[in-house]
Design a protein around this ligand. Structure first.
Ligand code: BTN
Length: 276
């Protein structure tokens, strides 16, 4: 991937919803921050504009965590200004997850699983994280920046060795899984195509179709999990994710709680119903 091939890709995407304008940086703090700055300043930030970096020096994960972003990964932010209602906005992270998951499957035959709300795993190890930042105007989501961090052509050992690495989950990369490199440009091209077709579903209100696609390959439910919501830690049985993208859990007193945001750790691999 170089600036010429990116220019060619943007040309090829002319007239399409995503990727008609692509900005590639060699090394920046964070594509997410740059995309948000472009929106704030009204510079080159139409719906479907993409910001990509070969390397991020200050990549952002959820909950203000670092996202280590060496050369060889796909670090990309997608600007969306389609004016979604607040109700539909949470679906974006699922839409992005299935777009990336299907791209990986079609290009490599690796079938990822999805972990609520925004992770892609291979054999239980995290390979991709998604970060969605939204800007509201009343009841309308004015702008969305969807950040995709996909570990592609570098060894996971690189992340484990990094001083700023904090282990929240085991991690892997496509190179580690496959033993060879996958062209970043082809991955980007297919993700953009998938985003376009799934976003069409979203715009047509076909939210159930998006959520069904996500649920088809989501981590198994009916098992005990630990959820962190800010400083609170809850032990509960995961029941499933509904069409609003909300995780439903059963608390020890049998009441059902809805989790809208949080961090999920599976504490037990077996379905609860099979536990003694
Ligand atoms: C997570 O915590 O799992 C989300 C990680 C999101 C990382 C991506 S990389 C591209 C974009 N730029 C950033 O600084 N973060 C997102």
């Amino acid at each position: 991937m170089n600036s010429d091939s990116i220019k060619m890709l943007a040309l090829h995407r002319k007239g399409h919803e995503f990727g008609h304008a692509i900005y590639l940086s060699e090394k920046i703090g964070s594509t997410q921050e740059l995309a948000k700055l472009m929106l704030a300043k009204g510079i080159k930030s139409q719906h479907g504009t993409i910001v990509i970096a070969r390397q991020q020096l200050n990549g952002r994960g959820r909950f203000g965590r670092n996202w280590i972003s060496p050369t060889g990964g796909l670090w990309m932010s997608v600007i969306m200004t389609q004016g979604l209602t607040i109700k539909r906005a949470p679906i974006i992270q699922f839409l992005v997850a299935i777009s990336v998951g299907e791209t990986i499957a079609e290009m490599t035959r690796i079938e990822c699983t999805y972990k609520w709300p925004n992770d892609l795993l291979v054999h239980g190890k995290k390979i991709c994280g998604i970060l969605v930042d939204v800007e509201l105007q009343g009841n309308i989501v004015k702008n969305v920046v969807a950040g995709i961090g996909l570990n592609v052509n570098f060894p996971a050992a690189h992340l484990y060795r990094s001083k700023s690495f904090r282990l929240h989950s085991e991690v892997t990369t496509l190179r580690d899984e496959l033993g060879y490199d996958v062209p970043l440009l082809d991955i980007i091209k297919l993700i953009l195509e998938k985003l376009e077709s799934y976003n069409k579903l979203l715009k047509n209100g076909r939210i159930k179709a998006i959520m069904d696609t996500w649920r088809l390959r989501s981590e198994k439910f009916d098992r005990m999990i630990t959820i962190k919501e800010g400083n609170t830690v809850i032990q509960a049985r995961a029941l499933g994710v509904d069409d609003r993208g909300v995780l439903k859990v059963e608390l020890p007193d049998k009441t059902v709680k809805e989790i809208i945001l949080g961090d999920l750790y599976f504490t037990c691999d077996k379905p609860v119903s099979t536990l003694g």
